[in-house]
Write a protein that binds this ligand. Structure first.
Ligand SMILES: C[S@@+](CC[C@H](N)C(=O)[O-])C[C@H]1O[C@@H](n2cnc3c(N)ncnc32)[C@H](O)[C@@H]1O
Length: 331
């Protein structure tokens, strides 16, 4: 009983301190009281004096968020999602400088490929699935700004890593190598590092993250469109997420359904067997035929234009390949 009473008392003290801090009307800082430092000390023999000492040492941490510049009205998809999903509580406003992390060198998405796709689609909605620390999203958003387009880059990722990242984490740490997940209190810090990297690259006005799996993200977008809460589907979709066989096939099926005619579905890691096999199975199953009136399997016109713009790009069946990336064009 005493134990419980002590904890309640301490939480009340913490609450008073927090109310005071919030009453100061801070705009760019949030004051948070951590009660974790209080918990282990409660014991039957504790005196009132001990309780007061513990209360005094309760950690009051000042959390500074990075300044952001996100004008409204410039990117309709971003504005809509911010309102519909967060009621205006901007996710990028919670980026913290201490999480900036340039340790991930594996963004294979080439700037010339992004520029070509933007140029030929002029899309205002680019959906990326699998964003990790923001490497490919930042590259895309930078190209969007250079092209002067009103495009929003929506990043769908649970930000909890993939199978390899979890399997390798402790071994990498033990070897002194850069670990992917960088766990804190049992959870990956991928999302914190994504936010910090995006703001650090000054593309927070283009990018918006949705913490969800690719399937949840795509079904959510589909639902919002059905309910007329979102005006359009993404004309370009970039898949760099599960990397697992069968799960990739499911992602492709859902993505193709969501993609409007004339849209592009493309992704990373063609050399990766789990990805390549599922893309090949999916592409081979696309309807198409020589009968008059039969729908074409892919949009060959757009495929040819993109191929012509990218020296070294080559068709393999229905799939256009370029520098480890695969592309499918919806007719
Ligand atoms: C290879 S990283 C992405 C790298 C990023 N595109 C880049 O180039 O910088 C894979 C990411 O996919 C995410 N992921 C894994 N399974 C996923 C799923 N089912 N849906 C969405 N994202 C997933 C992981 O959390 C991880 O952040």
């Amino acid at each position: 009983m005493l134990n419980v009473a002590l904890r309640v008392g301490l939480l009340l003290c913490a609450g008073i301190v927090m109310s005071y801090a919030m009453g100061r009307g801070c705009s760019s800082y949030a004051f948070r009281v951590s009660t974790t430092h209080v918990m282990p000390l409660a014991h039957q023999q504790e005196t009132q004096q001990q309780v007061q000492q513990v209360a005094a040492s309760a950690l009051i941490s000042e959390v500074a968020y990075m300044p952001v510049h996100i004008p409204s009205g410039a990117r309709p998809i971003r504005d809509t999602l911010l309102s519909v999903l967060w009621s205006g509580d901007e996710p990028l406003a919670y980026a913290r400088e201490e999480y900036i992390d340039g340790g991930y060198p594996h963004t294979y998405l080439k700037p010339e490929l992004i520029a070509t796709l933007l140029n030929h689609t002029r899309t205002s909605f680019w959906l990326e699935m699998g964003s990790f620390l923001g490497g490919s999203a930042i590259r895309t958003a930078t190209a969007v700004k250079q092209a002067g387009l009103p495009t929003t880059v929506v990043c769908v990722d649970p930000f909890t890593g993939d199978v390899n990242m979890w399997a390798w984490e402790q071994e990498k740490k033990a070897k002194g190598e850069w670990p992917f997940l960088q766990l804190q209190r049992g959870r990956p810090t991928v999302y914190d590092r994504f936010l910090a990297n995006v703001v650090n690259a000054k593309v927070e006005d283009v990018v918006v993250p949705i913490l969800a799996s690719s399937l949840v993200g795509m079904k959510l977008i589909e639902r919002l469109i059905e309910e007329k809460r979102l005006s359009m589907a993404p004309q370009v979709m970039y898949l760099d997420s599960a990397h697992e066989k069968d799960e990739t096939l499911l992602e492709l099926q859902n993505a193709w359904r969501l993609l409007p005619p004339g849209g592009v579905l493309f992704g990373d890691d063609w050399p990766w067997a789990g990805v390549r096999i599922d893309v090949q199975i999916f592409a081979a199953g696309l309807s198409g035929g020589t009968d008059a009136g039969a729908p074409a399997a892919i949009n060959t016109g757009l495929a040819s234009k993109i191929q012509a713009a990218l020296p070294g790009a080559a068709m393999e069946g229905n799939v256009l390949l370029y520098e480890g990336q695969w592309m499918l064009f919806k007719p």
